[in-house]
Design a protein around this ligand. Structure first.
Ligand code: ARG
Ligand code: ZN
Length: 470
């Protein structure tokens, strides 16, 4: 067997306690089963996700000690086995594991790269729910990738903030790390009482005992793992409502001057987007500005994180459009990333075309034309957004040529069909997963046109699509 390795943190090898050693002598009560797959089969991220179970809920309980940046974690996953399992995988790149339990019993475990392989003492029956509890202690890390930048658990001046797209969730908790296995989340984070915690969803009233405060946050609509966040530190906070929808905006003290404007822009953008895309898909909303200077934002579910800058209205419109496109209607495979980024970018163009007057008055058509004048070798055209490859996941072409694809569609099918397609995509697939093929099928159904050529040219052909070729 491969030796157990530590991805980050301390380097001691890890094995389970002898009591839970791999069952050399078969236990008579053991359910016969096979190992769960180590991958969910995504070509862009072969290590991501696992087979043999469906996660339904994570409870992530952390205690954060600023001195030494220490995290003590207890992560509970509730899942249903989709086959009889002798063992199953989780994705995990975090600190040293203390122990693993399955259904309350100590389980054997071993780490191999980013995989955590758990062997429950009794095996797991097909179709049955089970619960795994992993405890770890140490310092989670950020991933620094030459192409994708810094993401995962990122230190801030006074704590940390998580922005985990695409595969940074395993840096801070053991998870079935793929957007096709969405789950509910409960966060419980304990920090010294001078600090605060903001996360996805709806908060509990914080409880302070003996100098430590525990913050509870709950995301009650299924969420992809890369969208899970906690922000630990000091924050200036503003609360409001859109009808019954609570809006909570939190900014690092360095961005105090931007608190009111982010809060207002968030409300304005959401009210406007609901009219175009249908009812907002989650039970809470807002935004977080934290200080690590990553110069990008992430559409963390219900409450985007803006990392190191005060966003302008376009940026806010983009991240909030993702709540419909990406967060609620999620990817089935990473290759289809334009379904997130092209749509959120197109929302910005629509904001210019038909948002408040302050957004400017360029139509989406005019913005398309301006980009279309760029030369064929421009990075806005290459690589083709329908198959960008892992390293170009967040390239200009995914965003801009992705949005141009939607403008080309709009010009082909007309405004009435086009806006119906956008809205039906968001409402009909709400809470689910989808592929590019699903979007093409929907567009053809609603418009009554044959659209293969248009999508092939715009999404997969190299260089700049030639006039008249779609
Ligand atoms: N989805 C984010 C946005 O466009 C971008 C995330 C970039 N992630 C990264 N690792 N570079 O809003
Ligand atoms: Zn985006």
């Amino acid at each position: 067997a491969a030796p157990a390795v530590q991805a980050t943190g301390t380097r001691e090898p890890e094995t389970a306690s002898p009591a839970a050693a791999p069952a050399a002598t078969p236990c008579p009560l053991r359910i016969p089963g096979k190992p769960g797959a180590a991958s969910i089969g995504d070509r862009y991220f072969p290590g991501a996700g696992n087979g043999g179970y469906d996660a339904t809920r994570y409870r992530v309980a952390l205690r954060f000690t600023p001195a030494g940046h220490e995290v003590d974690a207890t992560v509970t996953m509730t899942a249903t086995a989709t086959q009889a399992l002798s063992s199953f995988h989780l994705d995990f790149r975090g600190p040293r594991i203390l122990d693993v339990k399955v259904d309350g019993m100590p389980a054997a475990f071993v780490r191999k790269g980013g995989e955590l392989v758990v062997t429950p003492a009794g095996g797991l029956a097909a179709g049955k729910p089970f619960t795994s509890v992993v405890r770890y202690s140490g310092t989670p890390a950020a991933t620094r990738d030459g192409e994708l930048g810094t993401y995962g658990w990122v230190r801030s001046g006074d704590g940390a903030v998580v922005v985990a797209e695409p595969d940074g969730a395993p840096n801070w908790f053991p998870v079935n790390d793929h957007p096709s296995d969405k789950a509910l989340y409960d966060f419980s984070v304990t920090v010294p009482k001078a600090l605060q915690v903001v996360a996805n969803g709806v908060p509990d009233t914080p409880v302070t005992k003996a100098g430590w405060t525990t913050y509870g946050w709950h995301e009650r609509t299924p969420m992809a793992s890369y969208l899970a966040t906690v922000a630990i530190g000091k924050f200036a906070v503003k609360r409001g409502k859109i009808g019954d929808l609570p809006v909570i905006t939190a900014v690092d003290p360095r961005f105090k001057k931007s608190l009111n404007s982010l809060h207002k822009t968030t409300i304005k953008a959401l009210v406007w987007e609901q009219k175009l895309f249908g009812r907002y898909p989650f039970r809470s909303a807002g935004g977080i500005i934290d200080d690590p200077k990553l110069d990008y934002a992430l559409e963390t579910q219900s409450r985007p994180v803006y990392a190191g800058f005060a966003p302008d209205a376009d940026f806010v419109v983009h991240e909030l459009a993702h709540q419909w496109f990406g967060d609620s209607v999620s990817l089935r495979r990473w290759q289809d990333i334009w379904l997130n980024e092209g749509f959120a970018t197109y929302a910005e163009w629509l904001w210019h075309e038909r948002g408040p007057k302050t957004a400017g008055r360029d139509s989406a058509k005019k913005i398309f034309k301006r980009y279309y004048r760029q030369p064929p070798n421009s990075p806005i055209f290459n690589p083709p957004p329908g198959a960008p490859g892992r390293k170009a996941l967040f390239s200009f072409s995914v965003y801009i040529r992705g949005a141009m694809t939607l403008q080309a569609l709009r010009q082909r099918v007309g405004d009435k069909a086009f806006f119906k397609i956008l809205r039906t995509w968001a409402t009909g697939r709400r809470g689910g997963n989808a592929t590019t093929a699903d979007f093409i099928a929907l567009s053809e159904r609603i418009s009554g046109r044959q659209l293969d050529k248009l999508f092939t040219v715009w999404l997969t052909r190299k260089g700049k699509p030639k006039k008249g070729s779609w």
